[in-house]
Design a protein around this ligand. Structure first.
Ligand code: F6P
Length: 358
């Protein structure tokens, strides 16, 4: 008997169900004596032993469904050390207890950057683990892309497309703030895809005077409006040394809830032009996966099943140069994949006159 537990952990994204469908269908096709446990709400289900048995029928009809049919949650992760509860007590022993009690052969963990790192701790604690890279942030080391990313790019691009007409009618500056945490992948792709005039990324600290300059230059060129795609983690050159917490406090003390509001106020003050902010927020993570993500998630799912069939544990499935591969989990968990400042797409954007405020 092979016993496998599926876990979706961290923030959700498009393609989680499609990936589980790929895993479940392939496992049931290749393994005769199989039990699949679906753990509820991410690691919470493993901690509490809260799960359901998943039959082949559970994997049908979920390809296009957004979110995760198992639910998810975020746990407190102490980098490289532990996964803990509110009081700081380690949750790993409870997880190992469930793992042993259910006589599991392997945990299949679908997660983002943080989840890959915490999955490595479970591996170190003696559990067999296979992981899949999911996140709209595209910041997981060792894979060219993650499922969820392209769907979010499509949504974010569409948001900016729609903002264009109203920005133009009112001759306004519009700042569209996009998710991605400290990585600029989503904002760069959506910014280029939607023809944003300015793109502000966490990896390229901006000089507010250069941003204002770009707005004024457009006006001089007869363009009455400007579209600025802002990554939620963007930082000015003055604030680049501040921690996440310090810059949030500084901003909130000045009455701005997010970075885009701060920049909008600075632009209005300097140019006299009206500036508005749009934040699509979790809308970027919702709804059905786009076709690209359905295909990618299915490929990752079947590749994960193959690893399980071959009992190759401690690996994350990935895509590299168009090929589906797997890499050691310790490699995937070793770093965060930030956008390199010499990335070819940044050059492309500069070539067509996009300002990065630097
Ligand atoms: O990591 C995915 C992500 O959507 C980030 O882009 C964003 O900063 C964060 O999660 C939001 O987290 P939450 O859903 O907990 O508000």
């Amino acid at each position: 008997m092979t016993r496998v537990a599926l876990i979706t952990s961290g923030g959700d994204c498009q393609g989680l169900n499609a990936a589980m469908r790929g895993i479940g269908k392939a496992l049931y096709n290749h393994i005769e004596n199989l039990e699949v446990f679906g753990m509820f709400d991410g690691y919470r289900g493993l901690i509490d032993g809260d799960y359901k048995f998943m039959q082949p029928g559970d994997f049908a009809g979920i390809l296009t469904q957004g979110g995760t049919i198992l639910g998810t949650s975020r746990q407190r992760y102490i980098p490289g050390k532990d996964i803990v509860d509110e009081e700081g007590n380690s949750l790993i022993p409870a997880m190992k207890d469930t793992y042993n009690r259910l006589n599991l052969d392997c945990l299949v963990i679908l997660g983002g950057n943080g989840t890959q790192k915490s999955a490595k701790l479970l591996m170190d604690a003696g559990m067999n683990v296979v992981t899949l890279p999911k996140t709209i942030d595209n910041d997981i080391w060792g894979t060219d892309t993650t499922f969820g990313f392209q769907s979010a790019v499509d949504i974010a691009t569409n948001v900016i497309d729609y903002i264009h007409s109203t920005a133009s009618s009112h001759s306004r500056v519009f700042l569209v703030e996009l998710m991605g945490r400290d990585a600029g992948w989503l904002t760069l792709h959506a910014g280029i895809g939607s023809g944003a005039d300015v793109i502000l990324l966490p990896e390229i600290p901006y000089d507010i005077n250069k941003v204002i300059n770009a707005v004024e230059q457009r006006k001089k060129n007869g363009k009455s409006f400007t579209i600025i795609a802002v990554a939620e983690g963007a930082k000015s050159i003055n604030d680049r040394v501040l921690s996440e917490e310090e810059s949030r406090k500084k901003r909130e003390d000045a009455g701005h809830s997010t970075i885009s509001y701060e920049i909008a106020a600075q632009i209005e003050k300097a140019t006299g032009q009206e500036a508005r902010v749009t934040i699509p927020g979790h809308y970027q993570r919702g709804g059905p996966p786009c076709p690209y993500d359905r295909v990618l998630a299915t490929q990752f799912g079947t590749a994960a099943a193959e690893l399980i069939v071959n009992r190759q544990y401690g690996r994350m499935v990935a895509i590299q140069d168009g090929a589906i591969v797997s890499i050691p989990l310790e490699e995937a968990a070793s770093k965060t994949k930030f956008l390199p400042t010499d990335h070819p797409l940044i050059r492309v954007a500069r070539d067509i006159g996009v300002s990065f405020g630097d």
